[in-house]
Design a protein around this ligand. Sequence first.
Ligand SMILES: Cc1cc2nc3c(=O)[nH]c(=O)nc-3n(C[C@H](O)[C@H](O)[C@H](O)COP(=O)(O)OP(=O)(O)OC[C@H]3O[C@@H](n4cnc5c(N)ncnc54)[C@H](O)[C@@H]3O)c2cc1C
Length: 475
Amino acid sequence: MSERSTAGALLEALRHRCAGVALLTAADEVAPYLVDHRRLYHGQALAVALPDSTAQLSVLMAACYALDIAMVPQGGNTSYCGGATPDASGRQLVIGLARMNRVRSIDPANFSITVEAGCLLANVQRAAAEADCYFPLELGSAGSCQIGGNLSTNAGGLNVLRFGMTRALALGIEAVLPDGRVLQRLRGLRKDNTGYDLKSLLIGAEGTLGIITAATLKLWPRLRSSATAFVAVRDVAAAIALLGRLRAAAGERLNSFELLPRAAIELACRHIPDTRAPLGTESAWCVLCELASFVDEPLDELLQGALLQASEASLIQDAVLASNESQRRVFWNLREAIPEAQRRAGPGVKHDISVPVSALPAFVAEASAWVQAHVPEGTLVAYGHAGDGNLHFNINWLGPIAPAAIASQEPLIRRAIHDLVAAHGGSISAEHGIGQLKVTELQHYSSPVELDAMRAIKRALDPKGLMNPGKLLAR
Ligand SMILES: Cc1cc2nc3c(=O)[nH]c(=O)nc-3n(C[C@H](O)[C@H](O)[C@H](O)COP(=O)(O)OP(=O)(O)OC[C@H]3O[C@@H](n4cnc5c(N)ncnc54)[C@H](O)[C@@H]3O)c2cc1C
């Protein structure tokens, strides 16, 4: 039998076993599911299935399991490591969660909300706000990414400093295992010591152990006051010293602490309309920081006082506080414009790394020196969630360069930067996951014991290796 007729027969068998599930096969309908957000990976698929309930997904996955069809879950398709893109075989089934997008319930007294995996992050935030509550996960992709994707990548974002990564925001999950069985752990409990934490295992698994269908998430009271500042600092060491002072002065009110180099600010202002720099200084680094509180309190005064003291200690060169919401938006728009500005500016190599916060100054100094010496034609744009020790340590080529020239340098650059990360006790993937992009890097930097344990978990839950093959762990 030819490859084509085998695929046709598989599809027929699938249709037969799950008649109610929408299956897209027309080339123009399937096309958007075959390429990742950064357009680094292009695949083919048997079809795209769009189940609309956990029951439908369970039937679909049981059928795939029986027919040995590999499954590739896809949420909003905004992730950076190619985890949601099928391979080139045309034999994998993409399973989109977009139709499973209901808010199932909200329990303000328990400060929890139960939502389906396909809910857009922005819609979860909105549903929380309508109940006078706050859901703190905040990413630039909130309007397109889904909560199931956020859980599966254990997304970080702008408020990790205070509220933790997505895993820390989940109380319970519901998931379908590769053979179609439903794992029901939708508990709104803050205390639950009943054996292995299966919820945490599925979170951050990037669709390699099963498909998350719903989650019960923590809420907080609505934020009632905030203060935001844009601050120029001399160097990364001064930024980290400022972070320490702000934590001491504001305690847990410090929501965000983002580091922006001048190169990133210039790129954003050049490439993204209506973006402007809040400070006129020529300083090499800036910090965007925000305090927030669940009660009405004068946070502007608190932030101003802390910045004044930092200035007296010569830690900061200049600062401006947002005087209203529209000025605050100007600050954040600049920060959020950076990834798109980098994309428009030209090709690049990206690293999503973390090191202990205390090691950031030394890491940045050493890694910048390496880039200057070995990639003189590249512009370093290292920005991000410095309060969490996380930087997007990216190199952009602003002049003309052939893609093949970058591709030939990329492995060397990646290994050199990741070696420095490892030397500082850091991680090669702070918040974007492994996907296809970093499978080799994960293997290189994990110990044999770690890899054995991960493979054992994979085998136990997915014995046929049908869940998102080739992602996270090598086949
Ligand atoms: C402008 C912009 C800003 C961003 N900012 C941040 C940031 O600050 N921090 C950050 O961490 N990320 C950020 N991201 C990356 C991205 O938005 C996150 O990784 C997000 O969590 C991905 O969600 P998604 O729904 O798009 O998932 P997808 O890209 O569709 O999938 C991601 C992975 O999860 C799997 N998956 C998806 N849904 C499910 C499910 N229901 N069950 C099981 N597996 C599933 C997929 O197979 C894939 O492996 C940003 C992206 C953009 C474009």
